[in-house]
Design a protein around this ligand. Sequence first.
Ligand SMILES: C[S@@+](CC[C@H](N)C(=O)[O-])C[C@H]1O[C@@H](n2cnc3c(N)ncnc32)[C@H](O)[C@@H]1O
Length: 271
Amino acid sequence: MSSRAARFPGRELLGELGAVVPGDQSRQALAEDYIEQRLAADAGPWRVLDLGCGDGASVDRFRSVDPGVRWTGLDLPDSPEVRTRTRRDAGFQTFDGVAIPFPEASFDFVYCRQVLEHVRHPEPLLAEVRRVLAPGGCFAGSTSQLEPYHSLSVWNFTPLGMATLLRSAGLEPVELRPGVDGIALIALRLFGSSPPRWAQRQFDRWWATRSPLNAVIDLYARVGDLDPQAANATKLVLCGAFTFLARASAVVAGTAPVVEDHQGLRAGEGA
Ligand SMILES: C[S@@+](CC[C@H](N)C(=O)[O-])C[C@H]1O[C@@H](n2cnc3c(N)ncnc32)[C@H](O)[C@@H]1O
C-alpha cells in the first residue's frame, strides 16, 4: 500500500462506517439509480411511497420500470415544491410531516430524494418509515451534507449522522454513496435561488455525471493507488449530497436494540 493510500482523507469515516461504504466502484451516485436497481430485484407489482414527493415526477421513472407499480406520493400540504405540482395522474396524499397516514408494512419501497434536509423532525419521521415498510423492504434516496440554505432547508447530514439516524429508527444501512461534490453544490448558490440557465445546465451535468472535485478525487485515487472503497469514503467526506440504501430489519420498530456508543453505530457493525 502506498503512503497516500494509508492516509487518504476518507480514512476516519471509513473506520466508522466500514462495509456501509461500498467497494464495488466509486462513481457518483443518484437517488434515481435505486429505482432501476431495486425494482429489478423483484417482479412486483411494487408498493412505493415517495416521501416528500414534491411535484411527483418520480412516478414516471417508477412506471417505466414497473408499469403496475402502486405509487403514492406523500408530502406536506404546502411547500415551494408542492406548489409546482400540476399532475393528476397519480395518487397524492398530504400529512403533518411526521405521522405517515398508512398502516404498518404498507410499502415495499420508501423513496426519499433530497427531502430529509427539509424535514423539521427527521427522527420520528424515520421511525414512521420503518413502521410502514414491510419486513425486508427498503428505504432509499439521497440527502445533503454540504448544501447551503435553499427552499426552507433546515439541516445537513454527514454520512455518519445519516447512518446513525437510520440505525436508531430500526433501519439497517446497506450503503451510502457519494453524489455531487460539496464545492460544486456550494458554488451554485453564488447565483442565488435562480441561477442563469448556463450555470444551472452546467450544474445539472455535474449533478448527474461527475463534478470537478470528484474528478480530482478519481485522479488522486489513481495516482495514490486507492481502492474504490477508499475513493468512495474520500468522496463521502467532501460530497455535497449522498445517496443511501437501508433495509427494514426484522425487529419491530420501537423495540430495536439500540446499543449506543458515542454515535450509536458500532453496536450494529458486522451485522
Ligand atoms: C427539494 S424538495 C424535493 C422534492 C422531490 N423529492 C424531488 O426530488 O424533486 C424537498 C421536499 O421535501 C418536502 N418536505 C419538507 N418537509 C417534509 C416532511 N416532514 N415530510 C415529507 N416531506 C417533506 C417538501 O415539501 C419538498 O417537496
